[in-house]
Write a protein of this length. Structure first.
Lengths: 343, 343
DNA sequence: TCGATTTCTGAAATCGATTACATTTTATAA
DNA sequence: TTATAAAATGTAATCGATTTCAGAAATCGA
């Protein structure tokens, strides 16, 4: 039993396919009220629903957004995808989802082609910028003709980007520790081939410099975002510089690792050692002590990206152009016990 | 500049569209080697890629799976989607993703129709079974003609289902507490209109009954999966029955809330009170004390579902039928400090 | 060398919509 | 009552592939 088609409806309503199509298109496209009703009735009786596929083929639009994502097992990316879906849904788009396992994708072309061969109206590239994995962005020849927006990547003049201000996040986190009276503030960064990690590190650096606090070489340890790397990171920091009294861990997982290690080596948090993370993962306040952190609204980031992309798509359909733009979201300091005020 | 089409390739190669199509279809479809090469060459030069949309229209296949999901902000569902995508990708499918905000969706038809109008080859319904939100399953008239598999729902004779054995999970968690010497074991359940929550509760109940431990009415508190509800849950349990020395919280978030509350009211965990959660969320071992829990491999669940669905699709294409089946995955006990052995 | 196969290729129909263009019907003005 | 413009509908081409059917070319056995 195959789907009912527009031809079936036309037959039942006693009109041509064109008329059915016009009725369904809405708009006051020169349709007599009486005819409209006959068609509607037939549509209802047959439970007709147009084939989106056929429609896409003809119109070269699909009301679909292609999403290329990474790291869905983690909190941030999940929220981003969720936000993307929410906004897309509200705007009438469906998502074509592709997740990549290796952030250093080299089959970019293949991916873009696949989505375009499905006539997606736009693409959201939600893969963190790591090493040179976004280099293709600078090769104009490789730009797809479909609108595309990049998430969590370094803003580029000619591209649409939506990102959180990681630099400012690092700045704020570190300033908070400073305000709490920390004198020797260590840093556990994410992998430094991540753009976001570097930004947070810059923030930390500038915060220290601006108030003239010490910043020795060994104050920085590079983690890999995992909790265990946070543990190791803290161990290293403390072994090199026992005077360290504050640590900015560049994500909550590493912060939590540091928390555990601090407990293990008998440093009281926050009395001896203030710790702040980054992300504000779910239930961050239930770690012990409750984790201070930088909240970034990844759901909103996803929504923003889709909203922007929607504008670009619409503009394009009207033959207009949107000027490329970077939408930047500010993170927010969340103070909890792990960094709270010593005198 | 529009895409290059099969007609372009045909022209350049000096053959008919049919021939191009045959070459691209692979198989040894009666193509002379010389012709094949001419076509391949043209394909290469033009950078031709067939339109998946046109292809779907004609063939009524799309190499796409529709996914209806829920709760992507949470760990379990995220992993499930990730697993689905992994396996789908390996099997050559792309995903059409739709997330629902209200698990009591009433626009089931609309959703199914939308996916079918895109000729998805199969559908994965990954929405938890809550209240009567799966009642439509029992109405044969509403079954879509496309293969569909349900995740985390109660197995039904005529449907494909993939789920974790929550009953056994509850049983194992509780037995573990018993083995640790707990005599009065309370339960913080998830919302009892969730099928999964009820299953875990049954497991708890049967575990207690099978060894003749007490199971008073007030040993059960209903939470809502959130950490704060775990806090409240524990408060209630202890106020009613101070003798409680073990608690099975039906997810990690509530367990973590209980952990915090226990600390707050001065009950030592695990010495005075053993606590076990459910899910094994990321970094569960970094709570304090490290959280014992039931691990369920949601990634694998997603993969399993896709694998099964793939079989069903293939069978259908060959005119065969797969017998409906429930794929059940076993959870695994993960013992950490929060429930460890007192003598 | 010729007819019978087998291999190879092309023409045209098809999938299910949209839309440009043509045509008919209705309304309006002269 | 016409001529004419506007409204309503239909015809047929189109989107970009696949596939049936039929015809052409190559192969083969006698």
């Amino acid at each position: 039993m195959s789907r009912t088609t527009i031809a079936d409806v036309a037959r039942v309503a006693g009109v041509s396919k064109a008329t059915v199509s016009r009725v369904l298109a809405g708009q006051s496209n020169y349709i007599r009220e009486e005819t409209r009703q006959r068609v509607q009735k037939a549509v209802g009786e047959l439970g007709y629903r147009p084939s989106d596929t056929a429609r896409s083929l003809k119109s070269k639009r699909s009301c679909t957004l292609g999403v290329v994502g990474y790291g869905l097992e983690f909190y941030g990316p999940s929220c981003t995808i969720s936000g993307i879906e929410q906004e897309a849904s509200e705007l009438g788009y469906t998502l074509l989802l592709h997740l990549i396992r290796q952030p250093e994708t080299n089959n970019v072309e293949e991916l873009l082609e696949r989505m375009q061969s499905r006539y997606v109206d736009g693409i959201i590239w939600a893969v963190p910028e790591i090493g040179g994995n976004h280099a293709w962005l600078d090769d104009k020849k490789r730009w797809p003709s479909v609108p595309i927006i990049f998430l969590s990547t370094e803003p580029r003049p000619d591209r649409f980007v939506a990102a959180v201000d990681n630099y400012n996040g690092g700045l704020m986190a570190t300033r908070h520790l400073i305000a709490q009276g920390c004198q020797h503030i260590g840093l556990i960064t994410g992998p430094l081939d991540w753009w976001e990690a570097r930004q947070r590190k810059f923030g930390w650096k500038d915060a220290l410099e601006s108030v003239g606090l010490p910043r020795k070489e060994g104050y920085v340890v590079e983690g890999n975002w995992s909790a265990i790397s946070g543990e190791h990171g803290l161990t290293q920091l403390l072994s090199r510089y026992p005077e360290i009294d504050g640590v900015f861990a560049c994500n909550d997982r590493m912060a939590v690792g540091a928390l555990k290690m601090a407990r293990q080596v008998g440093r009281r948090v926050p009395e001896d050692l203030a710790i702040i993370g980054y992300d504000d993962v779910q239930d961050a306040e239930y770690f012990f002590p409750a984790l201070s952190t930088m909240r970034q609204d990844m759901v909103e980031l996803g929504r923003l990206a889709v909203r922007k992309l929607g504008q670009v798509i619409e503009a394009k359909q009207n033959g207009a152009t949107c000027p490329p733009e970077a939408v930047i979201l500010q993170p927010e300091l969340v103070v909890r016990a792990s960094s709270l005020l010593r005198k």
